[in-house]
Write a protein that binds this ligand. Structure first.
Ligand SMILES: Nc1ncnc2c1ncn2[C@@H]1O[C@H](COP(=O)(O)OP(=O)(O)OP(=O)(O)O)[C@@H](O)[C@H]1O
Length: 464
Protein backbone atom coordinates (compact mmCIF):
# COMPACT_ATOMS: atom_id res chain seq x y z
CA UNK A 1 0.00 0.00 0.00
CA UNK A 2 1.32 3.43 -0.89
CA UNK A 3 0.97 6.01 1.84
CA UNK A 4 -0.23 9.40 0.83
CA UNK A 5 2.91 11.48 0.53
CA UNK A 6 1.48 14.36 2.51
CA UNK A 7 0.75 12.24 5.58
CA UNK A 8 3.43 9.59 5.25
CA UNK A 9 5.57 10.84 8.13
CA UNK A 10 2.55 11.54 10.34
CA UNK A 11 1.17 8.05 9.78
CA UNK A 12 4.53 6.45 10.54
CA UNK A 13 4.90 8.56 13.65
CA UNK A 14 1.35 7.76 14.79
CA UNK A 15 1.94 4.02 14.34
CA UNK A 16 5.39 3.89 15.90
CA UNK A 17 5.11 6.47 18.67
CA UNK A 18 1.44 7.01 19.52
CA UNK A 19 0.05 3.49 19.78
CA UNK A 20 0.18 1.13 22.71
CA UNK A 21 2.62 -1.09 20.89
CA UNK A 22 6.27 -1.42 21.76
CA UNK A 23 8.47 -1.45 18.66
CA UNK A 24 12.03 -2.59 18.24
CA UNK A 25 14.18 -2.81 15.13
CA UNK A 26 17.45 -4.77 14.92
CA UNK A 27 20.02 -5.13 12.16
CA UNK A 28 21.20 -8.44 10.75
CA UNK A 29 23.66 -8.90 13.65
CA UNK A 30 20.92 -8.48 16.22
CA UNK A 31 22.05 -4.97 17.26
CA UNK A 32 19.30 -2.53 18.27
CA UNK A 33 18.80 0.24 15.71
CA UNK A 34 15.45 1.58 16.99
CA UNK A 35 13.30 1.30 20.10
CA UNK A 36 10.17 3.41 20.37
CA UNK A 37 9.36 5.53 23.38
CA UNK A 38 6.76 3.11 24.72
CA UNK A 39 9.27 0.28 24.74
CA UNK A 40 11.96 2.44 26.36
CA UNK A 41 9.50 3.36 29.12
CA UNK A 42 8.33 -0.21 29.58
CA UNK A 43 11.79 -1.70 30.02
CA UNK A 44 13.09 1.43 31.76
CA UNK A 45 15.98 2.33 29.47
CA UNK A 46 17.16 5.42 27.64
CA UNK A 47 17.23 5.12 23.86
CA UNK A 48 20.81 6.44 23.59
CA UNK A 49 22.02 3.77 26.05
CA UNK A 50 20.68 0.84 24.07
CA UNK A 51 21.24 1.82 20.44
CA UNK A 52 23.93 -0.44 18.98
CA UNK A 53 23.70 -2.96 21.82
CA UNK A 54 22.95 -6.60 21.17
CA UNK A 55 19.21 -7.05 21.61
CA UNK A 56 19.71 -9.94 24.09
CA UNK A 57 21.41 -7.42 26.38
CA UNK A 58 18.42 -5.09 26.19
CA UNK A 59 15.25 -7.21 26.07
CA UNK A 60 14.49 -10.30 28.13
CA UNK A 61 13.78 -13.57 26.32
CA UNK A 62 14.00 -11.93 22.93
CA UNK A 63 14.29 -13.86 19.67
CA UNK A 64 14.73 -10.83 17.43
CA UNK A 65 18.34 -11.70 16.62
CA UNK A 66 17.23 -15.17 15.51
CA UNK A 67 14.54 -13.82 13.17
CA UNK A 68 17.12 -11.36 11.78
CA UNK A 69 19.23 -14.38 10.87
CA UNK A 70 16.68 -16.96 9.76
CA UNK A 71 14.31 -14.59 7.97
CA UNK A 72 11.39 -16.60 9.40
CA UNK A 73 8.61 -14.50 10.91
CA UNK A 74 7.19 -15.35 14.33
CA UNK A 75 3.66 -14.21 15.01
CA UNK A 76 1.78 -14.08 18.33
CA UNK A 77 4.53 -15.63 20.39
CA UNK A 78 4.26 -15.40 24.15
CA UNK A 79 7.23 -13.50 25.60
CA UNK A 80 7.93 -12.94 29.27
CA UNK A 81 9.17 -9.40 29.89
CA UNK A 82 9.43 -7.64 33.22
CA UNK A 83 7.09 -10.03 34.94
CA UNK A 84 4.45 -9.84 32.19
CA UNK A 85 3.50 -12.23 29.42
CA UNK A 86 3.40 -10.18 26.25
CA UNK A 87 2.23 -11.05 22.76
CA UNK A 88 5.19 -10.63 20.43
CA UNK A 89 5.38 -10.45 16.64
CA UNK A 90 8.77 -10.61 14.92
CA UNK A 91 9.00 -9.85 11.25
CA UNK A 92 12.13 -10.11 9.09
CA UNK A 93 13.16 -6.97 7.20
CA UNK A 94 14.31 -7.30 3.60
CA UNK A 95 15.89 -4.64 1.44
CA UNK A 96 16.69 -5.24 -2.21
CA UNK A 97 16.02 -8.95 -1.67
CA UNK A 98 18.53 -9.18 1.20
CA UNK A 99 17.73 -9.87 4.82
CA UNK A 100 18.83 -6.73 6.70
CA UNK A 101 17.31 -7.21 10.13
CA UNK A 102 13.95 -7.55 11.84
CA UNK A 103 11.20 -5.44 13.32
CA UNK A 104 9.36 -6.57 16.42
CA UNK A 105 6.27 -5.50 18.30
CA UNK A 106 5.00 -6.46 21.68
CA UNK A 107 1.52 -5.63 22.74
CA UNK A 108 1.56 -3.75 25.97
CA UNK A 109 -1.79 -2.62 27.30
CA UNK A 110 -2.04 -1.46 30.81
CA UNK A 111 -5.77 -2.16 30.97
CA UNK A 112 -7.63 -4.21 33.52
CA UNK A 113 -8.56 -6.93 31.02
CA UNK A 114 -4.97 -7.35 29.98
CA UNK A 115 -3.87 -7.65 33.58
CA UNK A 116 -6.60 -10.21 34.15
CA UNK A 117 -5.56 -12.19 31.09
CA UNK A 118 -1.93 -11.96 32.13
CA UNK A 119 -2.74 -13.34 35.55
CA UNK A 120 -4.73 -16.11 33.94
CA UNK A 121 -1.83 -17.02 31.61
CA UNK A 122 0.60 -16.90 34.52
CA UNK A 123 -1.59 -19.27 36.47
CA UNK A 124 -1.90 -21.69 33.55
CA UNK A 125 1.83 -21.64 32.89
CA UNK A 126 2.52 -22.27 36.55
CA UNK A 127 0.22 -25.25 36.46
CA UNK A 128 1.95 -26.61 33.34
CA UNK A 129 5.33 -26.09 34.96
CA UNK A 130 4.19 -27.96 38.09
CA UNK A 131 2.89 -30.87 36.03
CA UNK A 132 6.10 -30.87 34.01
CA UNK A 133 8.20 -30.98 37.19
CA UNK A 134 6.08 -33.78 38.69
CA UNK A 135 6.26 -35.77 35.49
CA UNK A 136 9.99 -35.36 35.06
CA UNK A 137 10.61 -36.31 38.68
CA UNK A 138 8.67 -39.47 38.04
CA UNK A 139 10.28 -40.41 34.78
CA UNK A 140 13.81 -39.06 35.10
CA UNK A 141 13.95 -36.66 32.12
CA UNK A 142 14.43 -33.23 33.64
CA UNK A 143 15.06 -31.11 30.55
CA UNK A 144 12.95 -30.20 27.55
CA UNK A 145 13.77 -28.49 24.27
CA UNK A 146 13.13 -25.00 25.67
CA UNK A 147 15.89 -25.61 28.25
CA UNK A 148 18.44 -25.75 25.45
CA UNK A 149 19.63 -22.17 25.34
CA UNK A 150 20.99 -21.11 21.95
CA UNK A 151 20.67 -18.41 19.35
CA UNK A 152 22.73 -19.79 16.48
CA UNK A 153 21.21 -20.94 13.24
CA UNK A 154 23.10 -24.24 13.67
CA UNK A 155 21.37 -24.98 16.97
CA UNK A 156 18.01 -23.84 15.63
CA UNK A 157 18.40 -26.44 12.91
CA UNK A 158 19.33 -29.07 15.51
CA UNK A 159 16.16 -28.29 17.44
CA UNK A 160 14.08 -28.60 14.28
CA UNK A 161 15.67 -31.97 13.57
CA UNK A 162 15.01 -33.11 17.13
CA UNK A 163 11.32 -32.24 16.74
CA UNK A 164 11.16 -34.38 13.61
CA UNK A 165 12.91 -37.47 14.98
CA UNK A 166 11.30 -37.44 18.43
CA UNK A 167 8.04 -38.97 17.35
CA UNK A 168 8.33 -42.59 16.32
CA UNK A 169 10.65 -45.10 17.87
CA UNK A 170 13.81 -44.81 15.80
CA UNK A 171 17.11 -45.14 17.63
CA UNK A 172 19.07 -41.92 17.79
CA UNK A 173 22.84 -41.61 18.16
CA UNK A 174 23.88 -38.21 19.55
CA UNK A 175 27.48 -37.35 18.77
CA UNK A 176 29.43 -34.41 20.09
CA UNK A 177 32.38 -33.39 22.21
CA UNK A 178 32.14 -33.62 25.98
CA UNK A 179 29.97 -30.89 27.51
CA UNK A 180 28.11 -29.91 24.31
CA UNK A 181 24.70 -30.80 25.77
CA UNK A 182 24.14 -34.35 24.50
CA UNK A 183 22.21 -35.30 27.61
CA UNK A 184 19.93 -32.24 27.28
CA UNK A 185 19.08 -33.34 23.75
CA UNK A 186 18.40 -36.92 24.89
CA UNK A 187 15.97 -35.63 27.54
CA UNK A 188 14.29 -33.39 24.98
CA UNK A 189 13.74 -36.22 22.50
CA UNK A 190 12.07 -38.25 25.23
CA UNK A 191 9.90 -35.29 26.27
CA UNK A 192 8.67 -34.74 22.74
CA UNK A 193 8.01 -38.43 22.08
CA UNK A 194 4.87 -40.47 22.64
CA UNK A 195 6.79 -42.11 25.49
CA UNK A 196 7.09 -38.88 27.49
CA UNK A 197 4.86 -40.07 30.32
CA UNK A 198 6.91 -43.26 30.67
CA UNK A 199 10.35 -43.56 32.31
CA UNK A 200 13.60 -42.11 30.97
CA UNK A 201 16.45 -44.23 32.29
CA UNK A 202 20.11 -43.33 31.89
CA UNK A 203 23.01 -45.75 31.91
CA UNK A 204 26.51 -44.39 32.00
CA UNK A 205 28.22 -47.14 30.04
CA UNK A 206 31.68 -46.05 31.18
CA UNK A 207 30.79 -46.26 34.85
CA UNK A 208 29.33 -49.76 35.27
CA UNK A 209 31.93 -52.25 36.54
CA UNK A 210 32.12 -55.34 34.33
CA UNK A 211 31.12 -57.74 37.12
CA UNK A 212 27.90 -55.81 37.85
CA UNK A 213 26.98 -55.27 34.25
CA UNK A 214 24.44 -58.03 33.75
CA UNK A 215 22.63 -57.49 37.03
CA UNK A 216 22.54 -53.70 36.43
CA UNK A 217 21.17 -54.04 32.91
CA UNK A 218 18.87 -57.03 33.21
CA UNK A 219 18.24 -57.38 36.97
CA UNK A 220 18.39 -60.54 39.04
CA UNK A 221 15.97 -62.97 40.64
CA UNK A 222 15.71 -63.31 44.45
CA UNK A 223 18.60 -65.40 45.84
CA UNK A 224 20.43 -65.40 42.47
CA UNK A 225 23.77 -65.11 44.25
CA UNK A 226 25.11 -64.63 47.76
CA UNK A 227 24.38 -61.13 48.94
CA UNK A 228 21.53 -60.69 46.46
CA UNK A 229 18.36 -58.98 47.70
CA UNK A 230 15.60 -61.39 48.67
CA UNK A 231 13.06 -59.87 46.35
CA UNK A 232 15.50 -59.61 43.46
CA UNK A 233 16.17 -56.40 41.55
CA UNK A 234 14.91 -54.90 38.33
CA UNK A 235 17.48 -54.09 35.67
CA UNK A 236 17.66 -50.79 33.75
CA UNK A 237 15.95 -52.39 30.75
CA UNK A 238 12.91 -53.41 32.81
CA UNK A 239 12.87 -50.01 34.55
CA UNK A 240 12.77 -48.31 31.15
CA UNK A 241 10.00 -50.55 29.83
CA UNK A 242 7.60 -48.49 27.70
CA UNK A 243 9.98 -45.53 27.84
CA UNK A 244 13.47 -44.54 26.76
CA UNK A 245 16.86 -46.00 27.64
CA UNK A 246 19.70 -43.50 27.33
CA UNK A 247 23.05 -45.21 26.79
CA UNK A 248 25.53 -42.46 27.63
CA UNK A 249 29.19 -42.78 26.59
CA UNK A 250 28.38 -45.86 24.55
CA UNK A 251 31.88 -45.81 23.03
CA UNK A 252 33.23 -46.87 26.43
CA UNK A 253 31.06 -49.96 26.68
CA UNK A 254 32.98 -53.24 26.89
CA UNK A 255 32.68 -55.70 23.97
CA UNK A 256 31.06 -58.18 26.32
CA UNK A 257 28.35 -55.66 27.23
CA UNK A 258 27.86 -54.75 23.57
CA UNK A 259 27.05 -58.39 22.71
CA UNK A 260 24.47 -58.56 25.50
CA UNK A 261 22.79 -55.30 24.64
CA UNK A 262 22.65 -56.18 20.97
CA UNK A 263 20.84 -59.42 21.80
CA UNK A 264 18.19 -57.57 23.79
CA UNK A 265 17.71 -55.06 21.00
CA UNK A 266 17.33 -57.79 18.41
CA UNK A 267 15.02 -60.02 20.43
CA UNK A 268 13.12 -57.50 22.54
CA UNK A 269 13.55 -59.60 25.69
CA UNK A 270 15.95 -59.83 28.59
CA UNK A 271 17.26 -62.80 30.52
CA UNK A 272 17.10 -62.07 34.22
CA UNK A 273 20.13 -63.31 36.14
CA UNK A 274 19.33 -66.44 38.15
CA UNK A 275 15.98 -66.96 36.46
CA UNK A 276 14.96 -69.50 33.83
CA UNK A 277 12.49 -67.19 32.15
CA UNK A 278 12.93 -64.25 29.83
CA UNK A 279 11.01 -60.94 30.05
CA UNK A 280 9.67 -58.91 27.13
CA UNK A 281 10.79 -55.27 27.15
CA UNK A 282 9.82 -52.35 24.93
CA UNK A 283 12.43 -49.58 25.03
CA UNK A 284 13.51 -46.83 22.71
CA UNK A 285 17.28 -46.42 22.54
CA UNK A 286 19.03 -43.07 22.54
CA UNK A 287 22.81 -43.39 22.68
CA UNK A 288 25.47 -40.70 23.04
CA UNK A 289 29.18 -40.64 22.47
CA UNK A 290 32.08 -38.22 22.27
CA UNK A 291 34.20 -40.81 20.47
CA UNK A 292 34.43 -41.64 16.79
CA UNK A 293 32.61 -44.98 16.68
CA UNK A 294 33.70 -45.69 13.07
CA UNK A 295 37.31 -45.54 14.25
CA UNK A 296 36.51 -47.80 17.21
CA UNK A 297 34.99 -50.31 14.76
CA UNK A 298 38.23 -50.22 12.71
CA UNK A 299 40.18 -50.89 15.89
CA UNK A 300 37.83 -53.79 16.77
CA UNK A 301 36.66 -52.00 19.90
CA UNK A 302 33.08 -51.47 18.80
CA UNK A 303 30.72 -53.93 17.11
CA UNK A 304 29.61 -52.90 13.66
CA UNK A 305 26.22 -54.65 14.03
CA UNK A 306 25.47 -52.70 17.23
CA UNK A 307 26.57 -49.50 15.52
CA UNK A 308 23.99 -49.97 12.74
CA UNK A 309 21.28 -50.69 15.33
CA UNK A 310 21.84 -47.48 17.26
CA UNK A 311 22.90 -45.18 14.43
CA UNK A 312 19.52 -45.07 12.64
CA UNK A 313 19.36 -41.28 13.04
CA UNK A 314 22.70 -39.67 13.79
CA UNK A 315 22.69 -36.19 15.33
CA UNK A 316 25.89 -34.24 15.67
CA UNK A 317 26.00 -31.35 18.15
CA UNK A 318 28.58 -28.79 17.04
CA UNK A 319 31.24 -27.77 19.56
CA UNK A 320 30.74 -24.35 21.18
CA UNK A 321 33.67 -22.78 19.27
CA UNK A 322 31.76 -23.40 16.01
CA UNK A 323 28.68 -21.53 17.21
CA UNK A 324 30.09 -18.50 18.96
CA UNK A 325 26.72 -16.72 18.50
CA UNK A 326 25.45 -18.97 21.33
CA UNK A 327 28.10 -17.85 23.80
CA UNK A 328 26.50 -14.51 24.68
CA UNK A 329 23.04 -15.95 25.46
CA UNK A 330 24.50 -18.99 27.20
CA UNK A 331 26.81 -16.87 29.36
CA UNK A 332 23.89 -14.64 30.37
CA UNK A 333 21.65 -17.63 31.10
CA UNK A 334 24.35 -19.34 33.18
CA UNK A 335 25.16 -16.13 35.09
CA UNK A 336 21.45 -15.63 35.91
CA UNK A 337 21.15 -19.24 37.07
CA UNK A 338 24.21 -18.95 39.35
CA UNK A 339 23.33 -15.54 40.78
CA UNK A 340 19.80 -16.76 41.57
CA UNK A 341 21.26 -19.74 43.39
CA UNK A 342 23.99 -17.88 45.25
CA UNK A 343 22.16 -14.62 45.83
CA UNK A 344 25.16 -12.61 44.53
CA UNK A 345 24.19 -9.47 42.62
CA UNK A 346 26.24 -9.58 39.46
CA UNK A 347 24.58 -8.13 36.43
CA UNK A 348 26.89 -8.89 33.53
CA UNK A 349 30.28 -9.21 31.90
CA UNK A 350 32.81 -6.59 30.95
CA UNK A 351 32.92 -6.23 27.13
CA UNK A 352 36.49 -7.63 27.09
CA UNK A 353 35.31 -10.79 28.87
CA UNK A 354 32.62 -11.37 26.26
CA UNK A 355 35.16 -10.73 23.48
CA UNK A 356 37.49 -13.27 25.02
CA UNK A 357 34.67 -15.80 25.51
CA UNK A 358 33.78 -15.46 21.86
CA UNK A 359 37.33 -15.98 20.64
CA UNK A 360 38.23 -18.80 23.04
CA UNK A 361 38.32 -22.46 21.96
CA UNK A 362 36.20 -23.97 24.76
CA UNK A 363 37.61 -27.51 24.68
CA UNK A 364 35.18 -28.42 27.51
CA UNK A 365 32.27 -26.68 25.72
CA UNK A 366 29.21 -25.49 27.70
CA UNK A 367 30.24 -27.40 30.83
CA UNK A 368 33.55 -25.49 30.85
CA UNK A 369 31.73 -22.19 30.28
CA UNK A 370 29.54 -23.01 33.31
CA UNK A 371 32.59 -23.77 35.46
CA UNK A 372 34.42 -20.62 34.38
CA UNK A 373 31.41 -18.39 35.15
CA UNK A 374 30.75 -20.11 38.46
CA UNK A 375 34.34 -19.59 39.58
CA UNK A 376 34.31 -15.94 38.39
CA UNK A 377 31.08 -15.30 40.34
CA UNK A 378 32.84 -16.44 43.51
CA UNK A 379 36.02 -14.50 42.79
CA UNK A 380 34.64 -11.14 41.74
CA UNK A 381 34.19 -8.42 44.29
CA UNK A 382 32.25 -6.06 42.03
CA UNK A 383 28.89 -6.37 40.29
CA UNK A 384 30.41 -7.19 36.93
CA UNK A 385 32.69 -10.02 35.82
CA UNK A 386 36.06 -8.75 34.62
CA UNK A 387 38.99 -10.43 32.86
CA UNK A 388 40.82 -10.49 36.16
CA UNK A 389 38.07 -12.64 37.74
CA UNK A 390 38.57 -15.49 35.28
CA UNK A 391 40.47 -18.60 36.46
CA UNK A 392 44.29 -18.38 36.15
CA UNK A 393 44.49 -21.29 33.71
CA UNK A 394 42.10 -19.54 31.36
CA UNK A 395 44.00 -16.27 31.64
CA UNK A 396 47.20 -17.98 30.52
CA UNK A 397 45.29 -19.72 27.69
CA UNK A 398 44.03 -16.29 26.74
CA UNK A 399 47.52 -15.27 25.71
CA UNK A 400 47.91 -18.08 23.22
CA UNK A 401 44.43 -19.01 22.15
CA UNK A 402 42.62 -15.70 21.80
CA UNK A 403 41.48 -14.45 18.41
CA UNK A 404 44.94 -13.37 17.24
CA UNK A 405 47.68 -15.88 17.85
CA UNK A 406 50.59 -14.00 16.30
CA UNK A 407 53.26 -12.60 18.63
CA UNK A 408 52.09 -9.06 17.90
CA UNK A 409 48.51 -9.78 18.98
CA UNK A 410 49.67 -11.69 22.05
CA UNK A 411 51.87 -8.77 23.14
CA UNK A 412 49.12 -6.27 22.42
CA UNK A 413 46.62 -8.26 24.46
CA UNK A 414 49.08 -8.58 27.34
CA UNK A 415 49.79 -4.84 27.20
CA UNK A 416 46.10 -3.98 27.20
CA UNK A 417 45.47 -6.28 30.14
CA UNK A 418 48.38 -4.83 32.10
CA UNK A 419 47.06 -1.31 31.53
CA UNK A 420 43.57 -2.28 32.68
CA UNK A 421 44.86 -3.99 35.78
CA UNK A 422 47.13 -1.05 36.66
CA UNK A 423 44.21 1.39 36.22
CA UNK A 424 42.04 -0.82 38.39
CA UNK A 425 44.68 -0.96 41.12
CA UNK A 426 45.26 2.79 40.92
CA UNK A 427 41.51 3.49 41.07
CA UNK A 428 41.63 5.14 37.68
CA UNK A 429 44.53 7.45 38.55
CA UNK A 430 46.54 7.43 35.34
CA UNK A 431 49.72 8.86 36.85
CA UNK A 432 49.76 6.18 39.54
CA UNK A 433 48.95 3.48 36.96
CA UNK A 434 51.95 4.55 34.86
CA UNK A 435 54.13 4.37 37.97
CA UNK A 436 52.84 0.90 38.81
CA UNK A 437 53.81 -0.25 35.35
CA UNK A 438 57.21 1.43 35.59
CA UNK A 439 56.77 3.45 32.40
CA UNK A 440 56.77 7.14 31.68
CA UNK A 441 53.54 9.13 31.68
CA UNK A 442 53.59 10.02 28.00
CA UNK A 443 54.30 6.43 27.02
CA UNK A 444 51.39 5.34 29.25
CA UNK A 445 49.13 7.89 27.58
CA UNK A 446 50.10 6.72 24.13
CA UNK A 447 49.21 3.16 25.04
CA UNK A 448 45.98 4.21 26.72
CA UNK A 449 44.96 6.08 23.59
CA UNK A 450 45.77 3.01 21.50
CA UNK A 451 43.98 0.41 23.62
CA UNK A 452 41.27 2.32 25.42
CA UNK A 453 40.53 5.50 23.46
CA UNK A 454 37.25 6.12 25.32
CA UNK A 455 38.71 5.75 28.80
CA UNK A 456 38.10 8.58 31.22
CA UNK A 457 39.76 8.14 34.59
CA UNK A 458 39.94 10.13 37.79
CA UNK A 459 43.03 12.24 37.33
CA UNK A 460 43.68 14.04 34.08
CA UNK A 461 47.17 14.54 32.75
CA UNK A 462 47.84 16.94 29.90
CA UNK A 463 51.21 16.46 28.32
CA UNK A 464 52.38 19.85 27.10
N1 LIG B 1 22.41 -25.32 25.06
C1 LIG B 1 22.48 -25.42 26.39
N2 LIG B 1 21.70 -24.67 27.17
C2 LIG B 1 21.77 -24.72 28.51
N3 LIG B 1 22.63 -25.52 29.18
C3 LIG B 1 23.44 -26.30 28.46
C4 LIG B 1 23.41 -26.30 27.03
N4 LIG B 1 24.32 -27.19 26.59
C5 LIG B 1 24.90 -27.73 27.69
N5 LIG B 1 24.37 -27.21 28.80
C6 LIG B 1 24.78 -27.52 30.19
O1 LIG B 1 26.15 -27.91 30.14
C7 LIG B 1 26.40 -29.02 30.97
C8 LIG B 1 26.89 -30.18 30.12
O2 LIG B 1 25.82 -30.67 29.31
P1 LIG B 1 25.58 -32.25 29.07
O3 LIG B 1 25.84 -33.03 30.33
O4 LIG B 1 24.25 -32.41 28.41
O5 LIG B 1 26.77 -32.50 28.04
P2 LIG B 1 27.24 -33.85 27.39
O6 LIG B 1 27.53 -33.55 25.96
O7 LIG B 1 26.23 -34.94 27.68
O8 LIG B 1 28.61 -34.12 28.15
P3 LIG B 1 29.42 -35.52 28.37
O9 LIG B 1 29.78 -36.02 27.00
O10 LIG B 1 30.62 -35.09 29.14
O11 LIG B 1 28.50 -36.42 29.13
C9 LIG B 1 25.10 -29.32 31.70
O12 LIG B 1 25.10 -28.67 32.94
C10 LIG B 1 24.04 -28.72 30.79
O13 LIG B 1 22.91 -28.35 31.52
Amino acid sequence: MLLHNAYREEIIEAVFEKTNFCFVVVDEQGLVTYLNENYCKFIEVQLEDVLGKHVTDVIENTRMHIVAQTGKEEIADLQYIKGNHMIANRIPLYSGGHLVGAVGTVLYRDTKEWMKMNAHIKDLLLQIENYRKKLSKQNGATYALHDIVASSVKMDKMKEKIKKVSTGDVSVLIKGESGTGKELFAHSIHHLSERSTKPFIKINCAAIPEELLESELFGYAGGAFTGAKKAGKLGKFQLADGGTLFLDEIGDMSLNAQVKILRVLQEGEVEVLGSETTQKVDVRIIAATNQNLEQLIEANRFREDLFYRINVVPIEIPPLRERSEDIRVLAKFILDKITKRTGKRIHGFQAEVMDFFQGYDWPGNVRQLENVIESAVYLTNTDIIKLDDLPDQLKSDMLITGKGTGLKEILARAEKQAIEQALDKANGDKVKAAELLGIGKSSFYEKLKKYKPDYSGNVEYNPK
